[in-house]
Write a protein that binds this ligand. Sequence first.
Ligand code: NMX
Ligand code: MLT
Length: 470
Amino acid sequence: MAFFRSVSALSRLRSRVGQQPSLANSVRWLQIQTSTATDLCSELKELIPEYQERVKKLRKEHANVELGKITVDMVLGGMRGMTALVWLGSAVDPDEGIRFRGMTIPDCQKKLPGAFPGGEPLPEGILWLLLTGKIPNKEQVDSLSQELRSRAKIPDYAFKAIDALPVSAHPMTQFTTGVMALQVESEFQKAYEGGIPKARYWEPTYEDTLNLIARLPGIAAYIYRRKYKDGKIIPLDDSLDYGANYAHMLGFDNPEMLEFMRLYISIHSDHEGGNVSSHTAHLVASPLSDPYLAFAAALNGLAGPLHGLANQEVLRWIRSIVAEFGTPNISTEQLSEYIHKTLNNGQVIPGYGHGVLRKTDPRYTCQREFALKHLPNDPYFQLVSKIKEVVPPILTKLGKVKNPWPNVDAHSGVLLNYYGLTEENYYTVLFGVSRAVGVGPQLIWDRALGMPLERPKSVTLEKLEQLCAK
Ligand code: NMX
Ligand code: MLT
């Protein structure tokens, strides 16, 4: 009875909302069901037949529906705006930014369990939401934390593989090497060699994905301790959640830093399917490469300075400003002069611009809110705030930059730096650990939905010219 009462209240609310578009977005999350399953795998198993039916119906009844035109500009312009992928976990609106299964970041902060009441969303909750589209409760999230801890043991040869590289190797090179070493234990590879039928591919993919997510913080922390500290491993703490444990294994136990890590991992997890790392993972997994192979490839894309490495570049650039003027407390004129100097050198302003977004990234905004709450007087935070005022009009004046506003990477470095994680070359590893939480669920769905090998058509330059001449 209570269920029917809430359904009819919800439909009344929806019909009112339909007349008030401004309210429509803010209540969309109400339509997301809360989860009732005992564990993540059972929840997923129940959902798979329904999703398979939906895909079957689309292919059978709507195979020829056109989703847009493909223009020469798109083909030569990095496929911007070309709808070419299905991605279940999230979608990015150019003006509003990310929604995780329909939920904005503030929705997630309100509705997903935190480590304490009112705390930032736990990454385990985001993982549950991205995989199932349902909101987990605290008990479910705690049991997923426990499950991830129980899967976290790293084989010794993975550390040895990393040790084979010089300490000077970039942390992302060490990270990909560690992930490739974990691949030795791939359940998918074993199952495929054992002749598993296609209908069950998702099962070992699920195992690999959860094992991979569980083990990444241990690998990532090892690299940090090896490269920047005494090399001693800090073991996992059985009382801590995923984000807090990662911070702890790095060597940080300040409760504010633990809370920032929960937020950091949650907001960096997913950004629909077309970004370089997510798209790479999906592409590489499409010929049935297992999740380790696919994710290692994704990390190599993330390591590019126009993608995930931008977080490293942002702090490096901020430090170069401070070095130039001898202080972070600089005037607007000095900052403007430095921005022009960077642009005149033929460099980009790191942390600004985006392939899809056309407004300030909400992932920037929520980090700014975190900083306003915890470190409002930090001089680097104040410099970042000033940069946000000065950069956009300058980029706009260039006349070619489609989005002059800050993205996720414009902010993360100063928060990490404040809490003592000062080594900016490590920052993309943090992004990488987080991205697995978003990419992993899609890799499982790719196999559950029987997604085929990805193979778009290319044209030669001559053919393109011929097509244009017609
Ligand atoms: N500073 C200077 N120039 C820029 C910037 C920027 N921040 N952003 C775009 N432009 C230039 C861009 O280089 C291009 O110039 P040209 O025609 O001479 O090659 C022109 O403006 C048009 O580019 P857009 O269409 O606006 O951007 P596009 O979709 O091609 O690229 C990025 C998107 C994110 C690669 C680009 O904005 C950029 O290089 N930003 C700086 C690096 C960065 O912050 N990357 C992180 C993205 C988020 N992430 O985490 O992955
Ligand atoms: C991401 O989180 O992947 C970046 O914002 C880049 C993108 O979405 O293209």
